[in-house]
Design a protein around this ligand. Structure first.
Ligand SMILES: C[S@@+](CC[C@H](N)C(=O)[O-])C[C@H]1O[C@@H](n2cnc3c(N)ncnc32)[C@H](O)[C@@H]1O
Length: 332
């Protein structure tokens, strides 16, 4: 059981009604709270939850339409995202309770201040290195409009400007990552055909490649529904057409690809991100046609080259700069 859920379950009296668990982990909390429902935007967590609690978890970027008496928000990593989901549930709960639970190392103490606009927050419990906060919503906010929270920036590409749109919680929200910038400088001589942008975030790589090589078909894939929603907005903002898939890991990607491009997920201490990247490096060869290429950018200190060589036989460093490397490997 996730420690945040353990803390909730120490206060069961608050959670017997129709409670909405927002950004819940894929643990047994729904099994322990029979009237609870979930709202999830991580495709891997959603698949795990759906397998055990079919029909009880809403997937996507919008608050579920069904009615609920109270809501518990599991504190997301991004402040912009917690602001959005807190407002989205508080708007639906005038004079009812909203709870916020999170780990101390995740900044729950500071994040509890995000409840102040709704009423007077109080700390209900502190255990398992987590805190549980509660507020009765006396000042219900307006329901937030997600599109209004999007950030827009423009990239000057050889082919003309590319508008990038990112939603709260998406990697490198509102600005281009340095690693991705380096990869954008090295999109030359890609095998043409079907290109996958793995871990697409706001869709900057996939959109740029579609803009540069319009005859290619492009698929963008990310595990996070806010990322895939952003990618769709980025494609639309530039009049580009591509497939967007929200799914967990390379296994869900099409086969017979000509190119896989990625700035793969990497976060210190987050096991699932290592797993997704290891899996990408191990399995991408199977998703490529003969002669197809994996081209990725990664922090120079990450030892990806031997992992890629194991699968592809050879892997070259195409470029290096500002602490990043571009690796390229072709299926023989
Ligand atoms: C370093 S970011 C790169 C984002 C974007 N390509 C860019 O260049 O700005 C890595 C992305 O991988 C996604 N990701 C993490 N785990 C994943 C998984 N298991 N399957 C698919 N995508 C994943 C994250 O949501 C994130 O958007």
């Amino acid at each position: 059981m996730d420690p945040r859920s353990e803390v909730l379950l120490r206060q069961p009296d608050y959670f017997q009604g129709e409670v909405l668990l927002v950004g819940l982990p894929p643990d047994d909390v729904l099994g322990r709270l029979p009237n609870a429902h979930g709202w999830c935007w991580h495709a891997g967590d959603q698949a795990a939850l759906e397998a055990r609690f079919a029909g009880r978890v809403h997937f996507g970027v919008d608050v579920p339409a069904r009615a609920f008496d109270t809501a518990v928000v599991y504190l997301p990593k991004s402040k912009e995202l917690s602001d959005y989901v807190l407002k989205a549930v508080a708007a639906r709960l005038p004079n009812a309770d909203v709870f916020l639970v999170g780990e101390k190392k995740g900044g729950i103490e500071g994040a509890s201040k995000q409840l102040i606009p709704f009423g007077k927050p109080r700390k209900l419990d502190s255990a398992r290195h987590c805190q549980l906060w509660q507020v009765t919503v006396v000042n219900a906010p307006q329901a937030p409009v997600l599109a209004d929270l999007a950030q827009h920036y423009e990239l000057a590409l050889e082919e003309g400007p590319l508008n990038v749109v990112s939603l709260p919680g998406v990697f490198s929200h509102g600005r281009l990552d340095r690693g991705s910038a380096l990869l954008l400088e090295h999109l030359d001589k890609l095998p043409s055909g079907h290109v996958l942008d793995f871990g697409c975030g706001a869709g900057v790589l996939g959109a740029a490649v579609k803009r540069r090589y319009p005859h290619n078909s492009v698929t963008l894939l990310d595990v996070d529904a806010f990322a895939t929603a952003s990618s769709r907005l980025t494609l639309a903002a530039n009049g580009l057409d591509a497939e967007v898939i929200c799914a967990d890991g390379i296994d869900a990607a099409p086969m017979e690809l000509n190119t896989i491009l990625s700035n793969p997920p990497f976060h210190v201490g987050v096991h699932t991100d290592y797993h997704a990247t290891e899996n990408l490096l191990q399995k991408s060869v199977k998703h490529l046609k003969k002669g197809g290429e994996l081209r990725i950018v990664a922090n120079s200190f990450l030892r990806y080259q031997p992992l890629i060589e194991e699968q592809f036989g050879a892997c070259t460093v195409k470029a290096e700069g500002q602490g990043f490397r571009i690796y390229s490997a072709k299926r023989r």
